[in-house]
Write a protein that binds this ligand. Structure first.
Ligand SMILES: C[S@@+](CC[C@H](N)C(=O)[O-])C[C@H]1O[C@@H](n2cnc3c(N)ncnc32)[C@H](O)[C@@H]1O
Ligand code: SF4
Ligand code: SF4
Length: 410
C-alpha cells in the first residue's frame, strides 16, 4: 500500500486554505524560493517572529526511562494533568489561528494517548502540517496504518546510537533499538516520510559516522542531531555526558561535511553555532550561503526559541522551547495566540540586542544566538547570557575585554 498523503502531498495542486502542504513541500518551497544569500537573510529576518514549528508534549507519560530525558514531570502512564481531548482541540484551533505551522506531536510518548490519531487528523483539518515524534517502540504495523490514516506527514523516531547496544543502554530498555527500527520499517512500507532524531553525547560520539551511514541505508528522509541540554533528567548526566566545546566543534564540522553530500536532509538542533560554522566554512570555500547551496540551513538561524518555535507542555505551559523551562503563559488561562504575541519572555528572546557576554558582541549573533537553554542552566536562570559551549572568540568581544582591563589598570 502506498500513502499518497504522506509521500506525494495530501493537498495536490498547492496549499489550499493556506495549508503549507507536506514537510517535503515546505523544504522544496524554501529551496526554490531564491538563490541569493542576501535575499535569504532578508527572508529569515522578516519572518523571524512567525511561528513555524510548535512542539507539543501531548503527555508526560512514557514507556521508556532514557537517562537524558528532558521531561520535567515523569510518569509511566498518561497523567491526570495532561490536556484532555477538548482542551487539546481548543489548543489546535488557537495554534491554527496564530500560524499554519508544523505541529510536532511529541511527549513523553505521544502514542500513549488513545486520542492521538483523532488529534492529528483534527490538526490537519485546521490547516496545520502534522508530524509525530516517537521513540518508535510502539509502532506496530497496525499503529503505522493509523498514523498514516490520521494524515501525519512525517514521523521522527529516536535512534541514539550506531548500534543496538549503545542505544539500549542510553534508553534503558533492551530491544528498544530493534523495536524502533521495526517501527520505522512499518511506516516506510506505507510510504511515510521518516526522520531519525539522535542525541549526541559522550556515550555515542564515537559512533557518529555509523549513525549517519545507518540513516542513509535505512532510507530515511532526514537526520536531525540533538546536542544534549541539561534539563530534566539531563541535569543528572550533564557532567558525565556533555561533550567539551572542542569536541562539539569537531562534531558540528563533521556534520557540515555530511550535509554537503546531500544524501538526506540534515539539521543540527540545540547546536546554534552550527550556523556560525556553516558560514565560516562556506566563506573559506568561497561559496555563498544560499538556499540552493545550503538548503533549509540558509533560511534559518541557530536558536529559534520563542522567535519561530515554541513548546507547549502536557499541562498547557508555553515555553520558548522544550529545553528552556521559562513559562511564557499557560493555555489553560490565556489563549495561545495572545501568549505568542504578547509574552515578555518571547519579546526578550526576539531581541538579539539583549544577548549578553560574548554572544552579545558576536558578529554571528543574528544567525546563531547561542543556546538559550544552555545559557539558562549554566547561569542559574539568565537565558540571555552567553552560550557556554562555543569556542569562538568574537573580535569585538576581545576589544571590549581589553578596554575593560585598561580601565581597571588606570
Ligand atoms: C523528548 S523526546 C519525545 C519523543 C519521544 N518520546 C522520543 O524519545 O523520541 C524528543 C527528542 O528529544 C530528545 N531529548 C530528550 N531529552 C533531551 C535532552 N536533555 N537534550 C537533548 N535532546 C533531548 C530525545 O532524544 C528525542 O529525540
Ligand atoms: S526521551 Fe522520549 S522515549 Fe525517552 S524517556 Fe523521554 S519521552 Fe520517553
Ligand atoms: S559567541 Fe555566541 S553568538 Fe557567537 S558563535 Fe558563539 S554561541 Fe554563537
Amino acid at each position: 500500500m502506498h500513502n499518497d498523503n504522506a509521500r506525494k502531498g495530501g493537498h495536490p495542486g498547492g496549499h489550499p486554505g493556506g495549508h503549507p502542504g507536506t514537510i517535503k513541500d515546505v523544504y522544496k518551497d524554501i529551496k526554490d524560493k531564491d538563490s541569493t544569500g542576501e535575499k535569504a537573510q532578508g527572508f529569515m529576518q522578516n519572518k523571524q517572529n512567525q511561528l513555524r514549528l510548535l512542539f507539543w508534549e501531548t503527555t508526560a507519560g512514557c514507556n521508556l526511562e532514557c537517562i537524558h530525558c528532558r521531561r520535567l514531570d515523569i510518569s509511566k502512564k498518561l497523567m491526570e494533568s495532561d490536556l484532555n481531548t477538548e482542551e487539546s482541540k481548543r489548543l489546535i484551533d488557537n495554534i491554527a489561528e496564530t500560524a499554519k505551522c508544523i505541529l510536532v506531536l511529541s511527549g513523553g510518548e505521544p502514542l500513549f494517548r488513545p486520542d492521538i490519531f483523532e488529534l492529528a487528523e483534527y490538526a490537519d483539518s485546521k490547516g496545520l502540517t502534522v508530524a509525530l515524534a516517537t521513540n518508535g517502540t510502539m509502532v506496530t504495523a497496525e499503529v503505522a496504518k493509523k498514523i498514516v490514516d490520521a494524515k501525519v506527514q512525517r514521523v521522527a523516531i529516536s535512534l541514539d546510537g550506531g548500534s543496538p547496544e549503545t542505544h539500549d543502554e542510553f534508553r534503558k530498555l533492551k530491544g528498544s533499538y530493534n523495536r524502533a527500527v521495526e517501527g520505522m520499517k512499518h511506516l516506510q512500507a506505507l510510504g511515510m516520510s521518516t526522520q531519525i532524531n539522535c542525541t549526541i553525547a559522550k556515550h555515542n560520539v564515537h559512533e557518529v559516522e555509523k549513525i549517519y551511514e545507518n540513516a542513509v541505508n535505512m532510507g530515511v528522509d532526514a537526520l536531525h542531531i540533538f546536542m544534549l541540554v541539561p534539563v530534566g533528567c539531563g541535569v543528572q548526566i550533564e557532567k558525565d555526558q556533555t561533550l567539551d566545546a572542542v569536541t562539539y566543534e569537531k562534531v558540528l564540522n563533521w556534520f557540515y561535511d555530511i550535509s554537503k553530500e546531500g544524501k538526506i536532509q540534515t539539521k543540527a538542533t540545540c547546536a546554534p553555532h552550527y550556523f556560525r560554522i556553516m558560514r565560516q566554512r562556506a566563506a573559506a570555500e568561497g561559496v555563498e550561503v544560499t538556499p540552493k547551496t545550503h538548503g533549509m540551513a540558509a533560511m534559518t538561524k541557530g536558536c529559534l526559541a520563542g522567535s519561530s518555535i515554541c513548546f507547549v507542555s502536557h499541562k498547557g505551559e508555553v515555553f520558548p522551547c522544550g529545553y528552556l523551562p521559562v513559562e511564557a503563559g499557560n493555555i489553560r488561562k490565556t489563549p495561545f495566540k495572545e501568549i505568542w504575541e504578547n509574552s515578555q519572555v518571547f519579546e526578550t528572546l526576539r531581541d538579539p540586542e539583549q544577548l549578553g557576554g560574548k554572544c552579545g558582541a558576536c558578529e554571528y549573533k543574528t544567525v546563531c544566538e547561542g543556546c538559550r537553554a544552555r545559557a539558562y542552566y549554566y547561569t542559574d536562570g539568565d537565558y540571555m547570557a552567553e552560550e557556554p559551549y562555543c569556542i569562538y572568540e568574537p573580535p569585538e568581544y576581545q576589544i571590549q575585554q581589553a578596554k575593560e582591563e585598561m580601565k581597571l589598570e588606570e
